[in-house]
Design a protein around this ligand. Structure first.
Ligand SMILES: NC(=O)c1ccc[n+]([C@@H]2O[C@H](COP(=O)([O-])OP(=O)(O)OC[C@H]3O[C@@H](n4cnc5c(N)ncnc54)[C@H](OP(=O)(O)O)[C@@H]3O)[C@@H](O)[C@H]2O)c1
Length: 262
């Protein structure tokens, strides 16, 4: 199984890469931090796995367009596209920096869509392939002060659902995975303080990576990680007013942290 993994040098990405390699996957690792990526690829190869570092800025359309050929040159056909690279923003929406908002939507939503578009023709020609998109609980429950991030992950969930239905008879699988909060550098110090204050559950990247790899290997349609968040996702879909009330107190507590700058 040849996997193109974005966000490979990140908190979850590194753990996913190591586990996929242990399961025999051959990896094209993509991230913008070339040093971290090269070190990860070297670790995987030293442990007997197969990995190639393909540093790229995913916000650059030309760099995205070049990725399938670079990955195929390193590995041969790409069986799995695992879209993991992401960016977060935690702020009152009126304070959102428009440049950051654009970057966030590009990285979290348009990049997975574009990479999918670029890899689909070869997958369709083979009648096989797998697109895996990593969203978030915030892609099913809109959280105050995470407006741009929630919008990007709602979009990614919608894209994944539409694509899964569109590709139903092509042999190509689509998986959408929604972790709850995870202890990685994605979250700022203010988010950690907020999470502690409102008692938000946070998983380790190792635990989340186990679940992501499991969903990839099983070609699951979707996976909502963590209880009770996976239940809240369902309740919010059916009874959103109930969740409005449940979150009212927490929203007030979150505001103070959202106004902090670090
Ligand atoms: N952590 C959580 O609480 C959480 C919860 C639910 C879902 N998720 C999702 O899980 C995914 C991985 O998150 P994570 O926690 O592992 O985050 P992370 O540790 O910040 O890793 C993300 C990686 O993406 C890289 N990246 C950022 N911009 C890029 C660009 N323009 N081109 C190429 N690479 C770029 C980052 O590089 P830099 O370090 O240089 O920025 C970083 O290595 C994201 O999609 C996130 O939304 C995370």
């Amino acid at each position: 199984m040849n996997v193109l993994l974005t966000g490979a040098a990140g908190g979850i990405g590194r753990e996913v890469a190591i586990r996929l390699a242990e399961h025999g996957a051959r990896l094209a690792l993509v991230d913008r931090n070339a040093d971290a990526l090269n070190a990860l690829a070297a670790d995987i190869v030293a442990a007997g796995g197969k990995a190639h570092a393909l540093p790229a800025d995913l916000l650059d359309a030309d760099a995205r367009a070049a990725l399938p050929a670079r990955a195929e040159a390193a590995l041969g056909q790409i069986d799995v596209l695992l879209n993991l690279a992401g960016l977060l923003s935690f702020t009152p929406f009126e304070d959102e920096d428009p440049a950051r908002m654009e970057m966030l939507l590009k990285l979290n939503l348009l990049t997975p869509m574009d990479l999918t578009r670029l890899l689909l023709p070869a997958m369709k020609a083979r009648g096989a392939g797998h697109i895996v998109n990593v969203g978030s609980t915030f892609g099913s429950i809109g959280f105050a002060y995470f407006g741009a991030y929630s919008a990007s992950k709602f979009g990614l969930r919608g894209f994944s659902e539409a694509l899964r239905r569109e590709l139903r008879e092509t042999g190509i699988q689509v998986t959408y995975i929604a972790p709850r909060a995870v202890k990685t550098p994605l979250n700022t110090a203010a988010i950690y303080r907020m999470a502690q204050a409102v008692k938000m559950n946070m998983d380790t990247p190792e635990w989340v990576a186990d679940r992501i790899v499991d969903a990839v290997l099983k070609q699951a349609k979707d996976a909502y990680l963590g209880f009770p968040e996976s239940l809240f996702v369902r309740i919010n879909a059916i009874l959103p007013r109930l969740v409005d009330s449940a979150l009212r107190g927490q929203n007030r507590d979150m505001e103070k942290f959202a106004r902090e700058s670090d």
